[in-house]
Write a protein that binds this ligand. Structure first.
Ligand code: SF4
Ligand code: SF4
Length: 339
């Protein structure tokens, strides 16, 4: 860990070398804390094109029931409003790619929901990284993990972590898209990381594989159709045209990421907290159908699944087609999770 340094008396050369030492120390600490990537971007206005795209998405109603996405446009435009004196956005990414899928033939939960709730885990680790920075030098920090109105994928691209794919997720070149993103706004003025090169090229696999055609050609997502949004964010009934598309999905959907060539070499996470519990592995269709409120509270108390509440999960379970979970003859392929 670096010592606190007095700013006065430093030459410009010393000063820039100190800042580079800080970024190296923050990166090293981020890696120790389990973040696979860490980058730095100067705080400032989000480009007009990004704001216009967000505005068009909202005005077109594509944010569906997520009305919170409509608010705080000014803060989204400039995250300096989130922390007085903010100079840098530090972006980090944590791998959640599972080493094993849930058992074949069981209802599918999105990979990110296999282990501990990422809000808890990321907040804890980001808090540790911020504390490290505060021990290192004088600064003020604000930790964000889905807790502030930030265009986090845009900031991740600015901080050189990756690029945004057609499925609208951030792709970390060489590592894929199964990543939780988090940010620390800091008063430290740190050298920025160069954006990485990368693009989807001619690929359209995610657009073609999406069971509900929710991925639009202009690089936006129509969440009114997206199974991830419908099974998690929708507090009402599932739309009738979405129900036949659920397949075996009971919480979220990974299809557009599963077909992405950038995920072909994705390495599994080493994070023990992101592995599914034994109880989660036992959630067959029959078990879920008969799940009590108390069992839901116990199994999912530290899981992202609690977001949907007992009623939401049971709504999804009851919408599944039971025929998909009937035992197969020996030698017959199990139904795919993306059926
Ligand atoms: S999460 Fe599923 S439904 Fe949503 S865009 Fe991706 S493939 Fe389509
Ligand atoms: S599947 Fe193809 S088009 Fe979609 S995000 Fe991955 S590379 Fe891009």
């Amino acid at each position: 860990m670096l010592c606190r340094v007095p700013w006065s008396g430093c030459s410009i050369m010393d000063f820039s070398s100190i800042l580079s030492d800080y970024t190296a120390a923050i990166r090293a600490e981020a890696r120790k804390l389990g973040f696979a990537a860490c980058g730095f971007a100067p705080v400032g206005d989000v480009p007009a094109g990004v704001m216009a795209s967000w505005q068009g998405w909202i005005e077109g109603g594509k944010h569906a029931c997520m009305s919170y996405m409509e608010r705080y446009g000014e803060v989204r435009r400039n995250p300096a409003m989130l922390l007085d004196g903010a100079n840098t956005v530090i972006c980090v990414a944590m791998n959640y790619c599972p080493s094993d899928e849930l058992p074949q033939g069981h209802p599918r939960f999105a990979y990110y929901a296999y282990g501990q709730d990422y809000h808890e885990l990321m907040r804890e680790r980001l808090g540790e990284l911020a504390a490290f920075m505060e021990r290192m030098t004088e600064c003020r920090n604000r930790v964000c993990c889905d807790t502030a109105p930030l265009f986090e994928r845009y900031w991740a691209t600015r901080a050189g972590i990756g690029f945004i794919g057609r499925h609208t997720q951030l792709i970390v070149p060489g590592a894929g898209s199964y990543f939780f993103l988090g940010e620390i706004l800091t008063t430290l003025s740190l050298p920025s990381t160069q954006p990485v090169a990368g693009s989807c090229g001619d690929c359209r696999r995610c657009i073609e594989a999406c069971p509900t055609h929710a991925i639009c050609d202009n690089g936006t997502l129509d969440t009114r159709r997206c199974l991830s949004c419908q099974t998690i964010e929708n507090r009402g009934g599932l739309p009738v045209d979405v129900i036949p598309r659920l397949g075996m999905r009971v919480y979220g959907c990974d299809t557009c990421q599963q077909v992405c060539p950038y995920n072909e070499g994705a390495l599994p996470t080493q994070e023990a907290a992101l592995q599914p519990s034994d109880e989660m592995k036992e959630l067959s269709y029959e078990r879920l159908k008969n799940l009590s409120r108390e069992e839901f509270a116990s199994i999912f108390r530290h899981s992202a699944v609690k977001r949907v509440k007992y009623e939401g999960l049971m709504r999804n379970v009851n919408a599944l087609n039971p025929a998909l979970f009937e035992p197969r003859d020996k030698g017959t392929d199990e139904p795919s999770g993306n059926a």
